[in-house]
Design a protein around this ligand. Sequence first.
Ligand code: ADP
Ligand code: MG
Length: 386
Amino acid sequence: MAAAVELDRIDKTYGTTATLRAASLDVQPGEFMTLVGPSGCGKSTLLRIIAGLLPQSGGEVRIDGQCVDHLPPKARDIAMVFQSYALYPHMSVAENIATPLKVRHLPRLARMPGIGRLMPGQSANRQAISDKVRKTAELVEIDGLLDRRPAALSGGQRQRVALARAIIRDPQVFLMDEPLSNLDARLRVTMRAEITALHRRLGATFIYVTHDQTEAMTMSSRVAVMMDGGIVQCGTPQALYDAPEDIRVARFIGSPEINVVASDEVIGWGAEAVGLSGLLQRPLQMAFRPEALRLGTDLAALRLRARIERSERLGHDVLLFLRTTVEGSMLTARLTAAEFTALSAPDGELTFSLRPADLLAFGADGKRLHLPGLGTPSVREVAHVG
Ligand code: ADP
Ligand code: MG
């Protein structure tokens, strides 16, 4: 089961500080939506408001079209997974996973140790819970660990227990707040894939919070970029990468970071010759991805000279950290290792080309300007296919 989640101009103020400012977002039923943004931008606050753990100062939260602002967390049909797994140390894995069901289905007295067994009519219920615990544990591959205590588990295994405890409630909406940030890099990559697979299997709505743009890009159907308490842009990972509408989104999405230079410098790269001079009359910030810089000249492209200050080999690719000859700006380029090895004089000045379609223009307010001939990488994609 999956529900739509709508955030309608959510505000949150602490004293005089506005932590959230009119944050709006429509999450479709069954979607994997990621909220990504730098630390402190308000992601956890927004997630806690959706869960009902924190009241907002203004705006409305709707689940399946119904306002839930008056409902306590338990009545919202939501499960939340945190960065700290918050497992009960004195309980086994099985008991930890079963907790949400016991809270829901067994009367208070029957949950007390020793007493439950003496109460009539509870044994069928217990069997049903234990079956469901086993099934859920299988889903996240910890069915061999059910008798262990959390202390005897690795970080990744504990995270799986926390996931199982959320799954067993069969909620319409899963909220996850940086659930992988305590794991080492290799395990994070594995768990990323597992959480996306889990999302497909469960079909529920996922709202996932992370400060890590790679996680956001690799896991999500759509990504909402948050800055300073507001949602700046929401779109597919590819749309955010190719067509950021705000310079902060352009800089936050993509690794290594997008190149940004003043339009004056771009004029010096031969903007007039490629028909761009008219576009560059006012001071703009011009941005382009590292892979948009190509070695050598190209008649239809801008042309610039730069020296390699530093290089980083990534295996198949090499990152070049360049300083431009005229203005001395720092740029990043991404070449294949073969291209890099083939350079005859890597210490000298090199010529790079840059196609106008790979350039994005941003005004003084940081908002994207849609100028003719710029920022149309889709044209290039079509050309590749043909
Ligand atoms: P994120 O999860 O994106 O890192 P948070 O939602 O945790 O950000 O916090 C957003 C901002 O709200 C931070 O600047 C934080 O200091 C502030 N904040 C969070 N909780 C409180 C609180 N109880 N009182 C005052 N300020 C708070
Ligand atoms: Mg947080």
